[in-house]
Write a protein that binds this ligand. Structure first.
Ligand SMILES: [Zn+2]
Length: 218
């Protein structure tokens, strides 16, 4: 705990003074983030490092597996849904990223026996169930399932009326990323081709599309 307090003190004394003006501006003018980043809670995902962002740049939602429940007013798991509604309808973000990753424990758990002591986790993971493949689990199957889950969550985002409307108008762009932790690479979903491809091959990230369908992923 002492170490944690030292880190807080370091933020106050060393980091904050360097960004004082920026933080004050963000308070005076309010936040105006351009991107909603939906990522896994996994400690190895550092959204600010991946996207070269700083204070005020990202509206971040993190949950187990970077999952998006379907839109609905009686949704019990409403935390993520609330963040999507707020980011799109109030903050008017321009981009939403679903960032899956390699070695995702949430995806792996889909292929394992559910632990009866963790009923909330089991219920939450059902939002990725349709991404699983009827195959023996292997590293390759897990990577494919991680990518399929990203597409599934993008499909779900389009069940949010405010998301569908903004995408339709060309005011909002959805992106699927698959971060390969051990290689430091991000594979980007190319909706037209139905594949995840390296960033240097990826087409412009601003391709409007409502065409996110799991069945089209190769
Ligand atoms: Zn994960």
């Amino acid at each position: 705990m002492d170490d944690l307090l030292k880190r807080l003190s370091r933020f106050e004394k060393r980091f904050f003074p360097r960004y004082r003006d920026e933080y004050r501006r963000l308070v005076a003018e309010g936040q105006n983030p351009r991107m909603l980043f939906i990522g896994c809670s996994d400690s190895r995902i550092v959204p600010y490092l991946l996207t070269g962002s700083g204070p005020g740049d990202l509206f971040v939602v993190r949950n187990v597996g970077s999952l998006v429940p379907p839109w609905g007013e009686s949704q019990i798991e409403c935390g993520t849904a609330a963040a999507v509604e707020f980011a799109v309808a109030k903050l008017k973000v321009r981009d939403i990223v679903i960032c899956g990753h390699s070695h995702c424990g949430a995806i792996q758990a889909l292929y394992e026996e559910a632990n009866p002591d963790l009923p909330n986790l089991a219920r939450w993971l059902e939002f990725a169930r349709d991404a699983t493949l009827p195959v023996t689990v292997s590293e390759e199957a897990l990577r494919r399932t991680e990518q399929r889950s990203v597409v599934l969550q993008l499909e779900r985002l389009l069940t949010y009326p405010m998301v569908a409307r903004a995408v339709e108008k060309g005011e909002l762009f959805l992106h699927g990323w698959h971060y390969i932790i051990e290689e430091g690479r991000i594979l980007v979903l190319n909706v037209e081709r139905g594949v995840f491809e390296p960033t240097d091959m990826a087409m412009s990230l601003q391709q409007p599309s409502t065409n996110y369908e799991l069945c089209q992923l190769q």
